[in-house]
Design a protein. Structure first.
Length: 222
């Protein structure tokens, strides 16, 4: 099972042995804990739930989450149990993908290797309320012949007697909230795996700001 949770770190340039330079992103991925194993017989599908990112204080985690995390760590001494704050689910392609995974076991970066293709999911940066030029890439109006306040205006959206019969068509591209969406970037290459510092270096940019929770999965089957 190639799946782990981490937090986005800084970007840097990585030079490979053949002299190529890659813009890359560092993801800090400390070992995650298997907090639930779902089966087709009991839950309707096969999946593994991982818990990660330990809270500084257990009182800052809700009691249901705390109980769920502690239940998975029943075999660990009470003083050593981790108050996990983040849970994500890895849905398997088939039974073999989650075979042998046990509740409470640890998942670390040893499942990944340099050259692996992965897909990364995270929440993109929130950009607030934006106009159509930034949000949708509109070109705006001409910059000449008396234009005053309409250079960045969206233009007609339908109106009475328009193409939609006097209403604004559903899905019309207009100004609005931008960002804060779940984004998945596929076919990224693993450049470095650093188990001593719990870091994995992935080629290219990934969604979110530094500190965003990141899901790293082995590339899905085509």
């Amino acid at each position: 099972m190639k799946f782990i949770l981490g937090t986005k770190g800084k970007m840097l340039t990585v030079f490979t042995e053949d002299g190529r330079a890659y813009a890359a992103t560092v993801v800090v991925a400390a070992p995650s804990i298997v907090t639930q194993v779902k089966t087709k017989e009991k839950d309707g599908y096969d999946a593994v739930q991982l818990g990660a990112i330990e809270a500084k204080k257990a009182v800052r985690v809700s009691k249901p989450q705390l109980g769920h995390a502690y239940k998975a760590q029943a075999a660990v001494a009470e003083a050593d149990r981790k108050a996990l704050t983040t849970f994500r689910e890895y849905r398997a392609f088939d039974d073999k993908a989650v075979a042998g995974v046990e509740l409470g076991s640890s998942v670390d970066l040893s499942t990944f290797a340099v050259g692996d293709k992965v897909e990364v999911s995270a929440i993109s940066k929130g950009k607030g309320f934006q106009g159509v030029i930034k949000r949708h890439g509109f070109h705006g109006g001409p910059r000449s012949h008396g234009q005053k306040h309409s250079e960045r205006a969206p233009g007609s959206i339908g109106g009475s007697g328009g193409r939609a019969g006097g209403r604004v068509a559903k899905g019309m591209r207009m100004a609005g909230r931008m960002g804060g969406d779940r984004i998945t970037v596929r076919n990224l290459a693993v450049l470095q795996v650093l188990p001593e510092t719990n870091e994995i270096v992935i080629a290219g940019a990934i969604p979110g700001r530094p500190g965003t929770v990141v899901e790293i999965r082995g590339a899905a089957r085509s």
